[in-house]
Design a protein around this ligand. Structure first.
Ligand code: DOR
Ligand code: ZN
Length: 334
C-alpha cells in the first residue's frame, strides 16, 4: 500500500505543558490529531475549576486554527460533590496519580482507598477515572503490583469507568478481559521498545519514561492487543516533552516525546504486521466508542514516503531523532 487515510485520529493521553513549551508542542499534536486527552500535571496542578478554565483557554489558544478538541482532565484530589458537579461538563475524566509516582505528582494520592467517597461520587456522576497505575515497589514490578488496586476499584465501583493509563505489562492486558469497567490506553513506544532499548546498551534518556518499558513478553502482549484493535484498548501517546537540558543530564526527567511521529510510527508498525486495516480503530474508533466522544471530522492522508525525524522541536528531542520512517503525513483536511 502506498497511501493510508485515517479519520479523526485521537490521542487519548497527552502532555502539552504550559507557556513556551505549550506553544511548541500543542500545535504538533493538533496538526495531526482531531482531539486529545490533556493531562493535568502542571505546577501547580490543574485541580480547581478555575484553573481548568484557564488551562482550557491556553490549550485552545495554542491550537487555534486546527480542527482539534482538547478533552480536559482534572488532577485527582479530595473533591467535594459541588466541585465535581461544576467540573463535569468541562472534563472527560479525572486523572489519579499515586503520590510521587512520576513527574509533578508529589501532591497525588497517598492512600488510594481512603478516597472511596470521591470514587463513589464520580461513579454516581458518571465521571471517568483515569489512573497512573504504579505502586512504589521495585521499578519493574510497579504496574503488576498495582493490578490489585485496579481489581479492588473495578469490583467496588462497578459502574465507575476506569482507564488504566499507558499500560506496559501482560498482566494489565489480561485485566481488560476480566472487568467490564476497565479500559486502557497504550503508547506507541511501549508497543515497540523494551527495557533493553532504554538501558541495555548505552543509556538512552529519550526513551526513559514512567512506567518504564518492560520485558519482551510484556511488549508482545501489548502489541498483540493493539494490532488486533482490542475493543477496550486506545492509543494514548503519553507524549511527554522535557527540555533537552532536563533529559541529557544526571537525574533525567521521565517522558518520551513522540507527538509529531506517532502516526508515521504506527503506520510502519501496523503495516509490518499486515494489519493496517486495524489502525483506524486503534487511533480513533475505540476511543469514540469507549468515551462516547465525537471529535471534529478530519481526514489525515499518510503516504509511503520517507520522513526523517528532526533532531529537535524547539529544545525538545523527539524519540528516534535523526532516524527515517517509511511513512509521512501528507495532508490533513477538516
Ligand atoms: O514518563 C512520564 N512522563 N510518565 C508520566 O506519567 C508523566 C510524564 C510527564 O509528565 O513527564
Ligand atoms: Zn502521562
Amino acid at each position: 500500500m502506498t497511501e493510508l487515510v485515517l479519520t479523526s485520529p485521537l490521542d487519548m493521553h497527552l502532555h502539552v505543558r504550559q507557556d513556551a513549551m505549550l506553544d511548541v508542542v500543542a500545535p504538533l499534536s493538533a496538526q495531526h490529531f482531531a482531539g486529545a486527552v490533556i493531562m493535568p500535571n502542571l505546577v501547580p496542578a490543574v485541580d480547581t475549576v478555575e484553573r481548568l478554565h484557564w488551562y482550557t483557554g491556553e490549550v485552545r489558544r495554542a491550537t487555534a486554527g486546527h480542527a482539534f478538541d482538547p478533552f480536559m482532565t482534572l488532577f485527582f484530589r479530595d473533591y467535594t460533590r459541588e466541585e465535581l458537579v461544576a467540573a463535569k461538563p468541562h472534563i472527560i475524566g479525572i486523572k489519579l496519580y499515586p503520590a510521587g509516582a512520576t513527574t509533578n505528582s508529589d501532591n497525588g494520592v497517598q492512600e488510594i482507598m481512603s478516597m472511596a467517597h470521591v470514587f463513589a461520587m464520580m461513579e454516581e456522576l458518571e465521571i471517568p477515572l483515569l489512573v497512573h497505575g504504579e505502586t512504589h515497589g521495585f521499578v519493574m514490578d510497579r504496574e503488576e503490583e498495582f493490578c490489585e488496586v485496579y481489581r479492588a476499584l473495578a469490583t467496588r465501583f462497578p459502574r465507575l469507568r476506569i482507564t488504566m493509563e499507558h499500560i506496559t505489562t501482560r498482566a494489565a492486558v489480561q485485566l481488560l478481559d476480566e472487568f467490564p469497567n476497565l479500559r486502557a490506553t497504550v503508547t506507541p513506544h511501549h508497543l515497540i521498545i523494551t527495557l533493553d532499548d532504554v538501558a541495555g546498551g548505552l543509556l538512552n534518556p529519550h526513551l526513559f519514561c514512567k512506567p518504564i518499558a518492560k520485558r519482551p513478553e510484556d511488549r508482545d502482549a501489548l502489541l498483540q492487543a493493539a494490532l488486533a484493535a482490542h475493543p477496550k484498548l486506545m492509543m494514548g501517546s503519553d507524549s511527554a516533552p522535557h527540555p533537552v537540558s532536563k533529559k541529557e543530564c544526571p537525574g533525567c526527567a521521565a517522558g518520551v516525546f513522540t507527538a509529531p511521529i506517532i502516526l508515521p510510527m504506527l503506520a510502519e508498525l501496523f503495516e509490518r504486521h499486515n494489519v493496517l486495516h486495524n489502525l483506524q480503530a486503534f487511533v480513533s474508533d475505540r476511543a469514540q466508542q469507549l468515551y462516547g466522544v465525537t471529535p471534529p471530522r478530519t481526514t489525515v492522508r499518510l503516504v509511503r514516503e520517507e520522513m526523517t525525524i528532526p533532531e529537535r522541536y524547539g529544545d525538545v528531542v523527539p524519540m528516534w531523532a535523526g532516524r527515517t520512517l517509511p511513512w509521512r503525513v501528507a495532508s490533513v483536511t477538516a
